[in-house]
Ligand binder design. Sequence first.
Ligand code: NAD
Length: 280
Amino acid sequence: MPISDFTGRTAFITGGASGIGLGIAKVLAARGARIVIADLRPDHIATALAQFSGGSQSNSVRAIELDVTNRTAYAEAAAQMQAEMGGIDILINNAGVGVEGPVLQAGYADWDFGMGVNVGGVINGIQAFLPQMIAHGRGGHIVNTASLAAAIVMPGHLAIYAAGKAAVLNLSENLRADLGAQGIGMSVLCPGFVKSNIHQAAQNRPEHLREGSGFAESEATLGQRELGENWMEPELVGEMVANAILANRLYIITHGEFKDRMRQRAVDLIDATPDAAMQF
Ligand SMILES: NC(=O)c1ccc[n+]([C@@H]2O[C@H](COP(=O)([O-])OP(=O)(O)OC[C@H]3O[C@@H](n4cnc5c(N)ncnc54)[C@H](O)[C@@H]3O)[C@@H](O)[C@H]2O)c1
């Protein structure tokens, strides 16, 4: 049974203490869901929880500190959710980092940082939570946050980010049928520019992945980036996500700016494809 009503459902939102994840948390809480924010950063968690405190949803929102790349901690979080909440209904694999720098100067530390969080975090979420979501039999929904960077060719300094997000988009497309057979819906969120703290990538990079990075300068520059005034509000993304869950819609595309580039990529792929089946 895909989700038809958020009342009493439990949503586990990674990277839920800031930006898009917090926007999703606010909307799902307002629509009656119980929210568990899972985030790396205690400062983000404190700021996020303060926004709910005293309000009518304050009792339905809680937070845990979790690094989505830590599989042991992830398994413990899933066990905790099973014991304390009877398992989760909605998994939002949203934690991500804006790994950014000239790809030809990248070290393994940069690949491991970007792929570890942006792809590995999604894989770990699925591995940790899918068994309980199937076992409890209530059905549910998974949303993976990719990016429009997954669907168009980006400049070289975004290659690691874009490649990771393309993996998340493709994984989501490929999971949908198998999850559907288990009563679990699947959506993939591909945002354009949204107001958030994604420019703070350097602060989210673990100590052991600083040595050997070729991106220190780029990340310092990114850290100074101002938010664009016309960038989308995270709560609007949250509304789109909530509506897509209820409709069990696969693609959640927030912005239309890159439509021509998306079309051109699709056309280029098709143009490069032979008309006939394989003949030698
Ligand atoms: N903001 C945009 O314009 C935009 C566009 C396309 C895609 N996205 C994607 O949206 C998602 C949310 O990003 P955002 O823009 O809201 O950024 P954000 O930095 O405001 O929020 C991301 C949250 O994830 C947390 N986080 C980082 N690493 C983590 C880890 N290892 N474990 C757990 N939590 C971790 C951070 O502490 C932060 O609170 C990301 O996957 C990002 O790639 C954002």
